[in-house]
Ligand binder design. Structure first.
Ligand SMILES: Cc1cc2nc3c(=O)[nH]c(=O)nc-3n(C[C@H](O)[C@H](O)[C@H](O)COP(=O)(O)O)c2cc1C
Length: 368
């Protein structure tokens, strides 16, 4: 018995020693290679595997961005981006007599491709085409100065048969004063944000799909870089599938079997032609996710975000389980359902206003 205890003590000492050595080596590498951007580059040259999945998604995404322009799709990112740019141009103060000359011709090409009848049977979103049509029509009607580039684009536009009915009211820029006030008070919104807490224990009741759809409708109203909306909500709401998907990430240990429904927010790097925009999928998806959860909350449905770290074995498992393309990145998972009133919810103290807010500070984040 004494010998056994001695052996356990030795093993614990060895573990502590190994951990200390590991931490020491780790600290040495971080202090050395983190000290300059050049050394950082050198470090990742040898440890390239760390970001390889993301790099692959970005590179293939850029490749697919150009490939996709030739394919029949439901929505058309390059058209969305350019129509957004036109709307911004039309909203400028003062508005230039002629603008968008450098991209109006390609926009008409994108529009022509999007409206062309497809052999594959894939139907494009009619609302997207109506929006594109209305904005283009407004653009051409608002440019009264003769310009060869714009005039050529106008003729090309007019020769494209209108496939989507124009909507009433038209989907074009409008004065802010016309937007109907939602009459949500600060107190109501603040109360909703305080009501939302991460809930991990749910009743076995299914969540009606109408409530899920309502929440997603609110989610897509979130701002998105160049209005691309690069994300999708993959919903799993049968007990079998919800448990299967919920059990993949580490963060649901102990409660994955209690999750009645789960959303996997997935976004596609094929929405971007430049690596400078590689962060947009995370930002856009997160802004949308918050609206999704708040909208669920207004309908009595609680939720919990589940972390999705960039960890290769889990990435591979999720990719295989959901059938994702390499360009698609899982942003986060959100477990949701009707809360079990007996289930415990952590208090989760927030930081204080003075800690997280500053005004007019120009040296934020700089070391003293
Ligand atoms: C990006 C992100 C990842 C999270 N990952 C997990 C997770 O894996 N498992 C979990 O139970 N909770 C997770 N949470 C929930 C947080 O623990 C929770 O939001 C935090 O403690 C604050 O509590 P509150 O949401 O109730 O305000 C995550 C939240 C965020 C925003």
């Amino acid at each position: 018995m004494l010998n056994r205890l001695k052996n356990i003590a030795k093993a614990l000492l060895a573990i502590t020693w190994i951990r200390r050595v590991y931490e020491g080596v780790n600290r040495f590498f971080l202090e050395t290679f983190g000290s300059s951007r050049f050394l950082t580059h050198f470090f990742y040259f040898f440890s390239f595997i760390t970001f390889n999945r993301e790099q692959s998604a970005v590179l293939r995404g850029r490749r697919d961005y150009y490939r996709n322009k030739k394919r029949t799709r439901v929505t058309h990112v390059e058209l969305r981006r350019n129509i957004h740019r036109l709307e911004k141009g039309m909203s400028m103060r003062p508005r230039r007599d002629v603008f968008a000359k450098d991209y109006i011709s390609e926009t008409i090409e994108f529009y022509a491709q999007a409206t062309a009848p497809s052999a594959s049977g894939v139907l494009p979103e009619r609302s997207e085409l109506s929006w594109a049509h209305d904005v283009l029509a407004k653009y051409f009607s608002s440019i009264s100065v003769a310009d060869p580039v714009v005039d050529r684009a106008r003729s090309a536009f007019e020769s494209i048969p209108a496939t989507a009915e124009t909507s009433t009211p038209r989907r074009i820029p409008h004065p802010q004063g016309e937007i109907v006030n939602a009459q949500v008070s600060y107190e109501q919104l603040y109360a909703l944000t305080r009501q939302r807490r991460s809930v991990r224990w749910f009743q076995e009741k299914p969540v009606p799909r109408e409530l899920i759809d309502n929440a997603i409708l609110a989610a897509v109203q979130a701002p998105s870089a160049c209005n691309r909306l690069p994300y999708e909500y993959l919903i799993y709401d049968t007990p079998e599938l919800a448990h299967k998907v919920a059990s993949i990430p580490f963060g649901t240990a102990g409660y994955s079997n209690n999750v009645p429904a789960i959303a996997v927010i997935v976004a596609d790097q094929a929405n971007y032609f430049s690596p400078r925009d590689r962060h947009a999928i995370y930002i856009d998806s997160s802004l949308s996710a918050m609206q999704f959860m708040l909208a669920l909350g207004t309908q009595g449905v609680d939720s919990c975000v589940i972390n999705w770290p960039d960890f290769e074995p889990l990435e591979r498992k999720m990719q295989k389980t959901l059938g994702l393309r390499v360009t698609q990145r899982v942003i986060m998972l959100i477990a949701f359902g009707f809360a079990d009133p007996e289930g415990m919810v952590p208090f989760s103290q927030k930081k204080e206003l003075d800690t997280v807010r500053s005004f007019n500070v120009l040296k934020a984040g700089r070391e003293a």
